[in-house]
Ligand binder design. Structure first.
Ligand code: SF4
Length: 550
């Protein structure tokens, strides 16, 4: 008899709620959950194919360990013992920088990928940390860090209430949105126009999103920063800027006009392949809208001056008074995120606290550009990467110069991949640890609730029991933390979660600004609910978060 189970879709940033149909232990169908508080029944063709992806016969079922040059099926213990024998020894001989860590994009779509990599990095003590974020969104994090003091303070357009939406380098009709979590993004764009609002798309290509727009401007690729600077210049020069209350909370507004003085529409128009009149008209329309939001995505990030363009997006939102107000660009407040605290001196946002060894690329958010990974493996010398942990990452396919990286990976002393597939990258691993299909994992969106257009919180328990030969994805990560730190076999995986819980509570109870100050951390840990470590950690984060216990 078929049954149904609710599950948040992990396949893109929109995080739609799904109703899965399950026969036995197989997902045979997926439809949009009409009662989902966020997506209200929306589903796209990718989400509808959840069952096919879940049951993909190409998925690995058991760990693989390289023996005699070939990857062969192994038990979980054999896999972790191989890691425990290799990585701590390399760290002892060559130091912590000899181990690199690569995170791929799917980590932000899983609980395990959010909860455990920071612990892995801490256990290894390495600064050789490379991420997919450095391929497509780091400029936005850097500009937010410099502007707001927090690289994750990314304002998202209030799609359902805005009167005017200016999209740059974004094609949400195809992508369903990025750094802006909104189920049925295309439907929301159509609704904006249906209620009399204006959609302007700036994109060199005539994308499907551009076809929906009231106005499509197609500038020369890479000229976003010039265009945005000229828009801001026009607002200031024509006295159209109206930051309102933001003026009191913003430093440097006075210097902006001077900094932008040369960027007149006439000056930038030839480089943008636009006319000065088009730029002026757009600035005037933006200023005249009752509410407006400017949103720039991948096309404005993956270009030279991407950080400047990302900053100018927020400058426009500030100059028009639309930052952090309904109908403008709003800062989400995720339930499992930190509780807002009054601004204090703090450490602020620092960039370039260390540099990559070979080319001297600055770190940002402790991350180094994945494009530099190959040279860090190839180039001899102290600190060369000799071992790699790749988590849900296939940079041979997705990073620049994949062929060079392919050759570099072949020269590693040791490599671990957490990956459901044997692919262009994981084929180089000495140990492959396959996570279970999504239906067998619990789900909460730690990352995407931080970019959601509505504050909400949802959690799905596994829809299907874990198969007998599988290991829970969180446990795969927890065991890896133990293996690289020389504790595999001597500590239970749950000890990793309990260590985090007790560490967080010790810090909170010692912090005079925390509502938990002075309380007994042991007693508080005993109050947490949850069937396992990850659930208890989520409970802790929710209780400490903005809507949590008072
Ligand atoms: S839009 Fe994204 S989250 Fe929603 S069903 Fe499609 S793939 Fe899943």
């Amino acid at each position: 008899m078929p049954r149904t189970a609710l599950r948040i879709c992990p396949l893109c940033e929109a995080t739609c709620g799904l109703t899965l149909t399950i026969e036995g232990t197989t997902v045979t169908g997926a439809r949009g959950d009409r009662e989902d508080v966020f997506s209200h029944g929306f589903i796209c063709p990718k989400g509808a194919a959840f069952g096919g992806l879940d049951a993909d016969p190409d998925r690995l079922r058991t760990p693989l360990v390289r023996r005699d040059g070939r990857l062969r099926e192994a038990t979980w213990d054999e896999a972790y013992e191989a890691i425990a024998a290799a990585i701590p020894a390399l760290v002892r001989e060559y130091g912590p920088q000899s181990v690199g860590v690569v995170l791929g994009n799917p980590n932000v779509h899983t609980m395990a990928g959010n909860l455990y990599p920071p612990l892995l990095l801490k256990a290894l003590g390495t600064r050789n940390f490379f991420t997919a974020s450095t391929l497509d969104q780091m400029p936005k994090h850097v500009s937010s860090g410099l502007l707001f003091g927090d690289p994750f303070a990314i304002a998202v357009p209030d799609l359902d209430r805005t009167d005017f939406l200016l999209l740059l380098g974004a094609n949400p009709v195809e992508s369903n949105g990025s750094l802006c979590t909104a189920p049925d993004f295309p439907g929301r764009l159509k609704a904006l126009r249906a209620r009399g609002g204006t959609l302007v798309v700036v994109d060199p290509r005539r994308t499907r999103t551009a076809k929906l727009a009231d106005l499509h401007l197609a500038p020369r690729p890479g000229s976003d920063a010039l265009l945005l600077a000229a828009l801001a210049h026009t607002l200031l020069a024509e006295r159209l800027a109206a930051p309102g209350v933001l003026a009191e909370r913003t430093e440097g507004l006075g210097e902006l006009a001077e900094a932008l003085a040369r960027f007149t529409p006439e000056a930038v128009a030839p480089a943008c392949d636009l006319t000065a009149a088009e730029i002026r008209d757009l600035a005037r329309a933006l200023a005249a809208a009752p509410t407006a939001a400017v949103y720039g995505r991948i096309g404005s990030c993956t270009v030279e001056y991407g950080t400047l363009a990302s900053w100018l997006v927020d400058v426009l939102n500030i100059l028009t008074g639309n930052l952090d107000r309904p109908g403008g660009a709003l800062f989400p407040l995720p339930a499992a995120g930190p509780r807002p605290r009054p601004a204090g001196p703090g450490k602020g946002f620092a960039l370039g606290r260390w540099l990559s060894r070979v080319s001297g690329h600055p770190e940002a958010k402790s991350e180094l550009p994945i494009a530099a990974l190959a040279e860090e493996i190839e180039t001899p010398g102290e600190g060369r990467i000799r071992a790699l942990v790749a988590i849900a990452a296939n940079p041979v396919l997705s990073a620049p110069d994949g062929r060079r990286l392919d050759a570099a990976l072949a020269g590693l002393d040791f490599m671990v991949s957490i990956d459901p597939y044997l692919n262009e990258t994981s084929r180089h691993a000495h140990v492959v640890l396959p996570p279970p299909p999504p239906s067998q994992s619990a789900h909460h969106d730690f990352a995407f609730n931080g970019f959601a257009i509505r504050n909400q919180v949802r959690y799905s328990r596994p829809a299907v029991p874990l198969e007998a030969d599988r290991l829970d994805e969180c446990e795969i990560h927890a065991r890896l933390v133990l293996a690289v730190s020389g504790r595999y076999g001597s500590a239970a995986p749950s000890a990793v979660d309990e260590m985090v819980i007790h560490g967080v509570l010790a810090k909170e109870t010692a912090d005079p600004r925390s509502p938990l100050h002075g309380q007994d951390p042991q007693r508080l840990a005993g109050l947490l609910t949850g069937e396992d470590g990850p659930e208890r950690r989520l409970d802790l984060m929710l209780r400490l978060g903005p809507y949590g216990d008072r």
